[in-house]
Unconditional design. Sequence first.
Length: 176
Amino acid sequence: MWQLLKRIARTDIPAGSVPDTNDAWTTSHQQQIQREILDVLGRALCIRQVDAGSCNGCELEIHALNNPYYNIEGLGIRFVASPRHADMLLVTGPLTLNMKEAVRRVWQATPHPKLVVAAGDCACTGGIFRDSYAVCGPPSNLLPVDVAIPGCPPSPFDLLTGILTALRSKPDALAP
């Protein structure tokens, strides 16, 4: 233990600067998104996220949307526990045999008008699991998917862009 502490004490602070990021997430994007959500809905967008059988890679990126960097709750987008409170279903993963009935029930419990967004390659096409004996294919085999967000996993910015694309696709259906 002492050897480790000595090494830490002797190590200099790196002289390099923080690298620039290519992420297009800026304050102006945040303000534009917030205005657009309020223009379309007049209130917060409530999303119910459903894992139809994914590897949890997409869920990690979805959780990143709630961190202080993206702060989607501050933009008027929130995740809800019940499909009865949701405006949108965000489905990840291929549709597995074990989750087929559960996904169908969640979709039926979501009040009309509703949007369905498939997030990740598995939810778009079945991904690498598409030929598995335990998979029925993508969720679009069971649900009417409005927007598909490709990527394995899609970045938080891509997820947010896909959610906004779904809002833009049916603005009249969700308007107050």
